[in-house]
Design a binder for this molecule. Sequence first.
Ligand code: NAD
Length: 496
Amino acid sequence: MAVRAPFTGDDVGSVPACQPADVAAAVDRARDAQAAWADRPVAERAETLRRVGDQFLSNRDELLDIVQLEGGKARLDALSEVLDVVMTADYYARRGPDHIAPASRASGIPLTRASEHRDPVGVVGLIEPWNYPLTLAISDMLPALLAGNGVVLKPAEATPFCALRARELLVEAGVPEGLVQVVTGDGATVGEALVSNVDYVTFTGSTATGRRVASLAGEHLVDASLELGGKNGAVVLPDADLAAAVRGLVHGSFANAGQLCIATERIYAHEAVYEEFRDRFVDATEALELGAAMDFGPDVGSLIGPDQLATVESHVADARERGATVETGGRHRPDIGPTFYEPTVLTDLPADATAACEETFGPVVSITPVGSAAEAVERINDTPYGLNGSVWTADIDRGESIARDLDVGTACVNDAYTAAWAATDAPMGGVGDSGIGRRHGAEGIQKYTESQTVATAGGGPLAPVPRLPNRLTAAGMTLYTRAARRLRRLSPFSRR
Ligand code: NAD
């Protein structure tokens, strides 16, 4: 399969189009290496993760080149990917062992005790999109490795070289040779074979494909986490620092040319500041430099390819037809590269326009006036998606309270998305059509484990005593349950 450079449209190389038998063989190789890896002390696996962080930092420039070459993004966007892998490796090296350590659990019966243990699931399959080929694919793999699993990664068709180079760096950092496998190829052919062969599926991609993956995972009775699309909204309140809101939301809307699941696609500005916010936002958008350079010059890069360009163009065309105003942008820029598109700001966008309802996944954002915070919350929540949102206000407590009213997995106050993403200790994911499950934090590693409870009865088996009439056993059990409840209520330490 040919891989194309979005900046030029030229071929940059080719990779094998793997078939289902190749996927099964890759899973077997990962499985063969997994048992010995799981037997290593967790501290040793954590040390390996720290060295992964070292490898990514010392190979930073080469990784930035590869991310830009096949992903077509601005170099600063590529840098956030490399640094995210380093941060995530360090986080799970530091906190991961605690998240999966054995823990003692309360028992409801005297003279018994229970403990919870976490074992690796075996081989984790990762199916990943092209928009963040390191942040998503590699950062999501690290907790699976720390938990003692093998992994098989299916990168997106557009971005296989990031995965292949990252795998080499993992091996150089001390990850056993067979433990991490990469299978390149067509999404349905390789992806569906992967779901059929692994013990857990991590999927990041579109909601449509996520539904297919979920149903296949159901057939094979394997657990899955699904990180899907979004239609993320922001509310700008009258007391917001407008300069900060403009800076944050321009970044939140156009980072990675808007091809970011948690990017802001809808902004609701209170009517008291709407006009000023809109004008300043448009000025700041026009100051962004669009470019195809392999250096830190341009702010915004290319779309990934012709399909994404077609989606963006159709959303803007539909908006125009329905009477929206294109305040700035709205143009394909083949003079820069085949699939460059200008950062675009829409106003007067009807609520039923495609760009108001469906994920654009491109550099297009709408600004709409609202009469109150409550109206903004209602409009932000009026979507089947529920990934990310943001609130902009000088009143932090009120901002956090409004954030709690948003039906989303992550909500930021006075930041568009980075604050939530960088809180690696906190779970991150979506509700509704935006997904199932979480990455980051304890949930981001515990999902890669099977729990086992070991319970020991210290006072003999919890079974009826022979020759004692069942009537007396029943009375004793009921008496015990009543007494235990009363004692728990009376206890000053009781949490009920
Ligand atoms: P996609 O669903 O087309 O592809 C994602 C991956 O699934 C690719 O590797 C693809 O090859 C594979 N695939 C395709 N068909 C498959 C099948 N039948 N079975 C198994 N795998 C299959 O998504 P995309 O276009 O690559 O990525 C863009 C989408 O991803 C957007 O909707 C975006 O919002 C979403 N996304 C979500 C998050 C998140 O964390 N929530 C992050 C990034 C991107």
